[in-house]
Design a protein around this ligand. Structure first.
Ligand code: UVW
Length: 354
């Protein structure tokens, strides 16, 4: 039985099954993989991830901090440059083990569907509840603590890291990132080079501007394609060597997530996922007072209604330069997130093969 009586207008809820957890990635099957492989001509690969300690500091989002690495223990000793002979006399090995306290959305990342839901009357009883993609509910399917201490937020703030028996305090279950990982995320991708047309000035890109770029560059987007947007943002960010100036960040192209024509195009194009090299793919924070509407309309459309994952802060400029020089826009993309049950986002090391 469906978990909802109302489904959001224009949504894909139920289209891939009442219990679906993968959304439009269902469109990326053997045909899309074969089409992606057919785009491999030069045999050249590009790593589309920033080093995960960038952007540096907490300027993009004060609640997201750089990763912290610490050694684990080995045989009661600090497990870094550690002599195996402590446990096994006569052993010549020198060992290092570590742990990481990682904000899953600090750097190059995928957003899971559990990252953004909405207040929506899914039961059709006249009351809005907190709901995620395909009707999965906050509180029953997506669970988190209601108390800061329970959340472990203070202790993570001090970066205590995990000790044996440390329990997770949140779990996005059916809308967590592990379902994306299970898919594998490999298929044909299409690059749209916004920087080549708009430069690095802040530009709000709606449907009209996007379709002018698609026409000018002869870019064709088909159902099941993975859409990758190049804006130049992470290149400018990385050039600041981990110490970004907060006043330098209002730059480069961002999608106008509130543009209804752009929303229709994303829905009708059948794109399976969208990734960009900027902070939120779309403009954020909102530039007007909100009245019962999403602050992140593209997130609402993609993560909540359509089941289209969003990738952010990717490193795309080298790939964009190569494709432009070759007069191409398509490539094979392999970009699985971590198979991390419960998480609402994940770092990713996307690989483009051209
Ligand atoms: C925000 O919280 C702005 O979301 P994202 O990391 O998806 O940009």
């Amino acid at each position: 039985m469906a978990r909802w009586r109302n489904r959001p207008e224009g949504s894909t809820w139920g289209d891939f099954g009442q219990d679906d957890r993968m959304g439009r990635l269902n469109l990326v099957g053997p045909d899309q993989v074969r089409k992606g492989v057919a785009e491999v001509r030069d045999g050249v690969t590009f790593c589309l991830s920033l080093p995960l300690n960038l952007p540096g500091g907490a300027v993009l989002n004060p609640n997201r901090l750089p990763p912290v690495l610490r050694p684990t223990l080995r045989s009661g000793a600090i497990g870094f440059n550690c002599d195996m002979m402590i446990a096994f006399p006569g052993a010549s090995d020198v060992m290092c083990d570590d742990l990481v306290v990682l904000h899953t959305q600090y750097s190059t990342q995928w957003d899971a569907f559990g990252h953004a839901g909405s207040h929506f009357d899914a039961d059709g009883d006249g009351t809005a509840e907190r709901v995620f993609y395909n009707g999965w509910r906050a509180g029953t399917d997506v669970v988190g603590p209601d108390d800061l201490e329970l959340a472990g937020i203070r202790s993570l703030g001090r970066v205590d890291g995990a000790t044996e028996g440390t329990a997770s305090t949140s779990n996005a279950g059916p809308v967590d990132i592990s379902h994306m990982a299970r898919h594998g995320v490999q298929g044909r991708a299409v690059l749209v080079d916004l920087e080549a047309h708009f430069g690095t000035e802040r530009t709000l890109v709606g449907y009209e501007a996007l379709s002018r770029v698609l026409d000018a560059d002869d870019v064709v987007v088909e159902p099941g394609d993975l859409l990758v947007l190049h804006t130049g943002f992470t290149r400018l960010l990385a050039a600041q060597h981990g110490k970004p100036d907060p006043d330098s960040l209002d730059v480069c192209a961002v999608l106008d997530g509130a543009d209804p024509d752009l929303q229709n195009w994303i829905r009708d194009s059948g794109v399976a996922a969208i990734a960009a090299d900027n902070y939120a793919v779309e403009a954020f924070p909102p530039d007007h007072e909100l009245q019962d509407e999403p602050a992140l309309p593209l997130h609402e459309l993609c993560l909540f209604r359509l089941g289209v994952h969003l990738g952010e802060l990717w490193w795309i400029s080298d790939l964009a330069a190569h494709l432009r020089a070759a007069g191409r826009s398509r490539f094979l993309l392999t970009a699985p997130p971590l198979r991390l049950p419960g998480a609402v986002g994940s770092p990713v090391t996307p690989i483009a093969t051209v």
